[in-house]
Design a protein around this ligand. Sequence first.
Ligand code: R1P
Ligand code: URA
Length: 249
Amino acid sequence: MPVRLSPEETLPILQVKVSDLAPLTLVAGDPARVERIAALLENPRRIGANREYVTYTGTYRGTPVNVCSHGVGSAGAGVAFEELCRAGVTRIVRVGTAGGLQPDVLDGSIVVATGAVRADGLSQRMVPLGFPAVADLDVTVALRAAAAKSGVDVHTGIVLTADNFYPSPVLENDQRMWQTVGVVAVEMEVATLLTVAAINGVQAGAVVAIDGNPLANEDESMAEYQPFRDVVDTAVNAAILAGLEALIS
Ligand SMILES: O=P(O)(O)O[C@H]1O[C@H](CO)[C@@H](O)[C@H]1O
Ligand SMILES: O=c1cc[nH]c(=O)[nH]1
């Protein structure tokens, strides 16, 4: 049975009072992105800040929503996702960044995730790998509809969630294998979110902005990774707006 906390309790790691949270939550790895999203809300109120976890609540076009940062990687992000579920949120949408794995998934486009390859560490500690990391259908359809209006290229498909951002110097980079079977993009937390949310009975989905193509670089080392470019910023903005629209749909 999923754990549910009472309204007067405080989430131990997010350091957010349960009663301060609305049922709908946007999440993003970067606390700076959370500040940016909070600035789009009416009456934003910072309700928690501890470690990499910064949480706001407010309203978006009149509907109460939260936005919370989860940091980089499945272990830390899983803490945020689990605590949000324990607080009783009903829908979580991740707005992230990712690398394109297909040759046509280019910088400045966005990807709506239909599911994720569970190459993260955390989800394997929660439920066996046979359990699929699938995005909620209603959230995904809403994300795709909102993304279609964004003016940037939109792709839909399975993303690879892996704990390693930089490739190993000794083990083979498996991204090309996932590319071969049509996986669209690589990032670090979507599978964790979809798994933790599913086992808690919470709707979840994800939209990511593409900030590079790891396999297109000469040595695949990520040495050329540069997310701070206008083309990426435009895609992040499109992903944020699609995420907010899908959240309140
Ligand atoms: O931009 P965010 O949401 O942090 O997402 C991606 O960016 C980080 C790596 O740079 C990882 O967290 C990855 O999933
Ligand atoms: O994990 C990530 C995030 C952004 N871009 C990537 O190439 N990988």
